[in-house]
Design a protein around this ligand. Sequence first.
Ligand code: TRP
Length: 451
Amino acid sequence: MTTTATARSHWTSRWAFIMVTAGSAIGLGNIWKFPYMTGTNGGSAFVLVYLACIVGIGLPLLMAETLLGRRGQGNPMDAMGNVAREAGSGSYWKIVGFIGITGALLILSFYSVVAGWILEYMVRSFSGFTGITAETAASGFGSLLGNPLKMAMWHTVFMIMTVAVVARGVTGGIEKANKILMPALFGIVVALIIYGFVAADMPAAIRFMFHFDASQITPAVIFSAMGHSFFTLSLGMGSIMAYGSYLDRNTSIARNCFYVAVADTLIALLAGLAIFSIVFAKGLAPAAGPGLILQTLPMAFSQMPFGQAVGVSFFVLVAFAAWTSSISLLEPFVAFLVEKFSVDRKVAAWGTGFAVWLLGIAVCLSFNDWGGVKLFGLGIFDLLDSLTSKILMPLSGLLIAIFVGWVMKKQHVSDEVALSAGGMSLWYNVMRFVSPIVITLIFMNVMGWIG
Ligand code: TRP
């Protein structure tokens, strides 16, 4: 396509695309959110539906979003506009890009606050957590939630880190660090798994996460698991579309997306097992909610050999994983401002970052002073989380599937994904039928429109 006048920067290698996309996908969603959602949604039922959603909807959509970005060669709004024009359809498809770039900012506002918790624990982990017990671990987390100033300070630090990279531009900033730190994160999670086997209750964790019990699968569990499968693969919010637009033409979309989905799922499952082995060994509550990892892991770090070093490295790497994800949440909107209104990249990044930061301050307060502020029965944090994961992401995924499956010319689609004939027909049918129907049914069920 030669629709853009300016030359767009591209990743320096194929490996780089896998690493940055994995960097976007792997983040707090895997290490913080997946374990606590599994815990609050009954364990194996959630895991099973989540896995089914990754295979049946998530990975196919990951490919679709990448191909839209690459073919559209622009920020998510322009990419959608370009591809729609090529397909002979209207520019109203830009709405998909719009939902993405703005939804991503909503996510970033609370994501950065949680990343701030990780930074606080990174500092705390230098103490080695000596003498920590289940009670002091819980009260230690509670005291953080009750301290809006401290939370706001770390949130500020994390937003500055995020903006600083985006202001510099993707290929310069984002790429390099990912290549080293993602494999390191994998290593430390494996170390925790080993600890789980040796010193904690791994069999109980395995039972909790994989013992199949169909009776636990409720509409609420399905809804949460579908939302999380979107969240963990960074779907529907422009991140993947923006990164796909920096991907060169010769790289296989199918193969690389497959690697990303496998790496993402593996990290989540391993993190879940490590955490639940500690939860059960210490007699803690799996359904503790968003504080789950912060109330369990410090106890393991206080007891294991080299626990202080392991703890520090763990929090450093998780903070890093969160950083590479948050960058991908800010990039789409900034790319839009830069390309659409010729705003200077630095100005666009700092300006957008400031708006997100403000909303994040409200998130910090929602855990304490503004705890009583509720909309639809939800506090600010829960509201932003539910609105994005349960509504905006599935909605955008639905529209993407319809667009790729029904609006684009099949030839163009197959040129991009470059799958074998069998693979193409399978994936294409998922786009046309399976994804739209399943997402719609889940939606309708939750809205109470069908039994
Ligand atoms: N996937 C990331 C995680 O699991 C978060 C993330 C980055 C994201 N970009 C996104 C979530 C876009 C939804 C949409 O931590």
